[in-house]
Ligand binder design. Structure first.
Ligand SMILES: [Zn+2]
Length: 471
């Protein structure tokens, strides 16, 4: 058997914060900055003009602190900002304002669940920093757009606690849930990027820079594990280097080999004050934290008696969890609410690759569909179809039902009438069934459903047929 090669990975994730303005000036921090004419959403401060001074946006501290607390970090209540010096055109000042010596939060943890069970991923640090400008590379030259320059980011750094790509996906999924629960990140407007550090037994540490999204990091990690294992198996040497993720080709590409950690020459930024978070402010932020995903999952399991898989699915988005509780409050039985919201609705959202909030579907529409089902008006199949159509057409269920002519469920007596017709019409299938061919029954059920234009409940149709065929 092939010897298992140990893999150790860590992540540094940059999350764009959900604020109205940039980190140190009053320029807009909006999702559409990249679509605006280049260098139009800028001022002297975020262009780094000599003589300008940054002023901290308090909202950034609120949001970063919420994230740090939600990640179970120890908070440094006194901190300052530093200048990370490097010469590159994406920084007009030739330094980036960041936190280095004293990050806002340290020593946190995030609980993840994978096919192998639960595990804690340790958070080494979380700090605030400004986004650099965007570089647009052309063949012979590079263009710079400073619209994004100075937008607020938090960088969340884990310990090297990941041993496979599944754990990375579970962690990033959880992290994105948490930052959205505390309203610090809006997945419909902002993005997040990760740098992946990976060391495999017998090799040096390799860093893969700038991977957007969750799935991409998972693919990049699997690619890099395979690439490095192949080098080790051929007795090659893995050198310390920085690579980048090429998302068009789904491969990593070497950027630079490096001997040691780059020396950025961090210095204290004298333009910004030493910041001290007092007890009353800390209390105010702490008490503003919502019920977090883990707590909500535990409560749903306890209060509604649902299993962890359904609870996780419901809690995945805060607004979907709220919808579930609203449905139950309005008289929908837990088993119906949890199945139609936790399974069917989640499947539809995943299919459209959209969040519930962004889908602009009203809570009442979803609840009304489940009510129709609970009242026995529509069978499983048609209920699911109606649910799909309210997403496709952005219409309330009554209009969808009218538009597509969904038939209400018919009772057993009505089914019996159709079943008798089917039995008469398909003698051969009836004979086959009577001589033990189970498949013939499936055919007959299908014919009854067809005759009733999908309005019969398949389970009812099956039972009615068996009953009639036994005579
Ligand atoms: Zn500005």
């Amino acid at each position: 058997m092939e010897k298992e090669i140990r893999v150790v990975m860590g992540l540094e994730t940059h999350v764009q914060l959900n604020t109205k303005t940039k980190l140190f000036c009053s320029c807009l921090n909006a999702s559409y900055l990249d679509e605006l004419p280049p260098n139009s959403a800028v001022c002297d401060v975020c262009l780094g003009m000599p003589g300008t001074k940054p002023v901290i946006n308090k909202k950034v501290i609120d949001l970063a602190l919420k994230i740090a607390l939600a990640l179970n970090c120890k908070i440094n209540q006194q901190f300052f900002f530093s200048r990370k010096t490097y010469f590159y055109p994406d920084l007009a000042k030739n330094y980036q304002i960041t936190q280095y010596e004293i990050p806002l939060g340290i020593n946190g943890k995030v609980k993840i669940r994978t096919s192998k069970g639960e595990k804690d991923i340790r958070i080494k640090r979380i700090h605030i920093e400004e986004d650099p400008a965007k570089l647009i590379h052309r063949n012979e030259y590079t263009l710079i757009d400073y619209n994004r320059s100075g937008c607020p980011l938090v960088e969340i750094v884990t310990e090297p606690d990941f041993n496979n790509a599944e754990e990375i996906r579970a962690y990033l999924t959880k992290l994105m849930q948490i930052v959205q629960y505390v309203d610090a990140f809006d997945s419909n407007k902002a993005t997040f990027k990760s740098d992946l550090n990976i060391s495999i037994e017998g090799g040096e540490r390799v860093e893969v820079k700038n991977i957007t999204g969750i799935k991409e990091v998972e693919i990049a990690a699997n690619y890099e594990i395979l690439r490095q294992k192949n080098i080790i198996l051929r007795n090659g040497k893995i050198e310390r280097e920085t690579r980048r993720w090429d998302e068009n080709r789904n491969i990593t590409v070497s950027m630079r080999k490096k001997e040691t950690e780059e020396d950025y020459g961090y210095i204290f930024d004298p333009d910004l004050p030493y910041i001290e978070l007092d007890a009353s402010y800390m209390e105010k932020i702490k008490s503003s934290l919502p019920e977090l995903p883990d707590e909500k999952i535990a409560r749903f399991m306890r209060e509604y008696g649902i299993n962890i898989k359904i609870a996780e699915s419901l809690v995945y988005e805060k607004e979907v969890a709220d919808l579930f509780e609203k449905a139950v409050k309005e008289g929908i039985e837990v088993k119906h609410a949890s199945t139609w919201i936790g399974v069917v609705l989640r499947k539809i959202l995943n299919y459209h690759n959209i969040s519930y909030v962004a889908s602009s579907i009203r809570d009442e529409w979803v609840i009304d569909v489940i009510k129709l089902y609970q009242e026995g008006r529509f069978n499983d199949l048609n209920t699911e179809m109606i649910m799909r159509k309210i997403f496709d057409d952005k219409m309330p269920p009554q209009e969808v039902i009218r538009k597509y002519g969904f038939k209400e469920k018919i009772d057993r007596e009505k089914i019996k009438e159709h079943a008798l017709q089917v039995i008469k019409k398909y003698e051969q299938a009836v004979q086959d069934y009577k001589t033990g061919k189970e498949k013939a029954l499936e055919f007959l059920v299908g014919m009854v459903l067809k005759e009733t234009k999908g309005s019969a409940d398949p389970k009812d149709a099956r039972e009615v047929l068996i009953e009639l065929l036994q005579k």
